[in-house]
Design a protein around this ligand. Structure first.
Ligand code: ADP
Ligand code: ASP
Ligand code: MG
Length: 471
């Protein structure tokens, strides 16, 4: 028994979905269950629409609804022959969901507020649509498949936006609902990212959480292998879209993979490893654009002979929010208040650092969250300038670059080597964050410098492909 997970990058277009269907088809003898993300870009649109509804911006909501309609209907149209009996049903399903979404957005607009629960109620629409499209496409090719909503499988607490699964109840539901399908030769197509509380209220597991959903399903099924399919050949020493000569890390331990994911390597959600570690289920990160490549294999005990390299993780599309004491002394409470507000709204903070001399903190958030973050951070601390507790300003277009040593490699001193390399190139560093260890460091730099900086660091740290034999 295996579990496949296909990310938004593998489900971007009808052509991509056809490749996914082929991958599932060729694994039928291994009894697959499938977890899917939303089609690429969908969840960003949904969240943007929910936030726009709360501020009464109807034009953004309407634009999102038509974008979603076009994206899903055109994929369905290209994948299914109009003569296929379920074709009309699928288009009807899409319309019905978009109408329901429109009603949700309308209620948010009436309330004038986006609660965490409302956020999740909207954010979960993407996976419902993608699971229906993939399942119908499989059936149209003669493969028995059924869309399964993970609101019926993954029981969570009510921490909307990054809900915590309750494994015992989840295991029972997965085994009761998914196993009979698989035993009957039906491929379950399960919505990633979503769960529900004991009262059946939809929750989400955090952005990019479908990897985590797949790991939960894999653990509950005691499956033999989890395969996460994406658009690159596994986990590499740097994002291959930035460094074409990056090396694939062919074999990693669970701890090493988690470490890279925690630093923001987009390719793997940091909570993925938790559920599979106890049962020792191997995890393969594979490329749906290049299925023959062996990818990265993540296991409990990797071979001691393998070669490890440090990795460079970079992220763009970020803004740095600077909070400074406005009138009076800076208190740590201001930092905790700011972080709690963003956390309550499930806004991921990619990096934060504190400056005692400047009396303030720097918070790095995604572009899509920046405007909302500024609004949240301004609430209750705004008012007239003389009453403001802290001043807030934004530096747009920044990027983060982390250099991460992996235990077993020459980790100590990697931070110093990274500083030295950046100094040599005279890169402008806007902020720095470092754990009390010398084995990793994160820099916030201007976005325009990120690609050159990552390539330069990759060379300077001796990570170029071809310098050493890959083992
Ligand atoms: P999916 O939609 O399949 O979940 P993601 O966008 O979440 O895909 O993750 C895949 C992307 O992760 C790649 O396209 C790549 O740009 C990025 N990435 C960042 N760092 C790394 C890394 N070290 N190794 C591989 N991919 C990386
Ligand atoms: N669709 C969700 C997101 O974009 C979950 C995922 O892709 O893993 O965050
Ligand atoms: Mg992902």
């Amino acid at each position: 028994m295996i579990v496949h997970k296909f990310g938004g990058t593998s489900l971007g277009t009808a052509q991509r979905i056809s490749s996914v269907v082929r991958i599932i088809e060729t694994s039928l003898d291994q009894q697959p269950a499938v977890v899917v993300s939303a089609l690429s870009g969908t969840t960003d649109r949904l969240i943007a629409a929910a936030r726009a509804a709360a501020r009464g911006d109807d034009s953004v909501c309407q634009a999102a609804l038509s974008w979603l309609g076009e994206k899903h209907h055109s994929a369905a149209e290209a994948l299914l022959l109009a003569t296929f009996p379920e074709c009309r049903e699928l288009h009807g399903f899409i319309d019905e969901h978009l109408e329901r979404l429109g009603r949700f957005l309308h209620s948010i607009a009436v309330l004038g507020e986006l609660t965490a629960r409302g956020h999740d109620a909207v954010a979960c629409f993407g996976e419902k649509l993608s699971a229906a499209i993939v399942a119908t496409t499989l059936r149209s090719r003669g493969i028995s498949a059924q869309a399964v909503s993970s609101t019926d499988l993954i029981r969570t607490n009510d921490r909307f936006g990054s809900a915590i699964p309750q494994m015992e109840a989840t295991r029972k539901q997965v085994r009761d609902r998914v196993l009979p399908l698989m035993k009957g030769g039906v491929v379950p197509i399960i919505t990633g990212y979503i769960g529900s509380t004991a009262d059946g209220i939809p929750t989400t597991l955090g952005r990019s959480g479908s990897d985590f959903s797949a790991a939960i399903v894999a653990a509950c099924l005691d499956c033999d292998e989890l395969r996460i399919w994406t658009d690159v050949d596994g986990i590499l020493t740097a994002d291959p879209n930035v460094v074409s000569s990056a090396r694939v890390l062919r074999e990693l331990s669970y701890e090493e993979a988690t470490r890279l994911a925690r630093f923001g390597a987009e390719v793997l959600h940091p909570r993925t490893i938790g559920p599979i570690i106890e049962k020792g289920i191997p995890l393969c990160i594979l490329n749906s654009f290049n299925p023959a490549d062996p990818g990265t294999r993540i296991v409990q005990s990797p071979s001691p002979q393998r070669h490890l390299w440090p990795a460079i993780v970079s992220a763009t599309g970020l803004q740095l929010l600077r909070l400074r004491s406005h009138n009076g002394p800076w208190q740590l409470r201001m930092a905790t208040t700011a972080l709690a507000r963003l956390d309550d709204a499930s806004i991921p903070v990619r990096m934060f650092s504190q400056s005692f001399s400047e009396q303030g903190i720097n918070l790095v958030v995604g572009d899509q969250d920046a405007q909302h973050s500024v609004r949240l951070l301004s609430q209750g601390v705004g008012g007239s300038p003389s009453h403001r507790v802290y001043a807030l300003d934004t530096i747009e277009q920044v990027a983060t670059v982390s250099v991460i040593g992996l235990p077993g490699d020459r980790v100590y001193g990697i931070a110093v080597r990274a500083f030295a390399a950046l100094g040599k190139r005279e890169v402008r560093v806007v902020a720095v964050a470092q754990e009390a260890a010398e084995d990793s460091v994160t820099f916030c730099i201007p976005a325009e410098d990120v690609a050159d900086t990552v390539r330069f660091l990759h060379r300077e740290l001796g990570l170029e492909n071809g310098k050493e034999e890959e083992t």
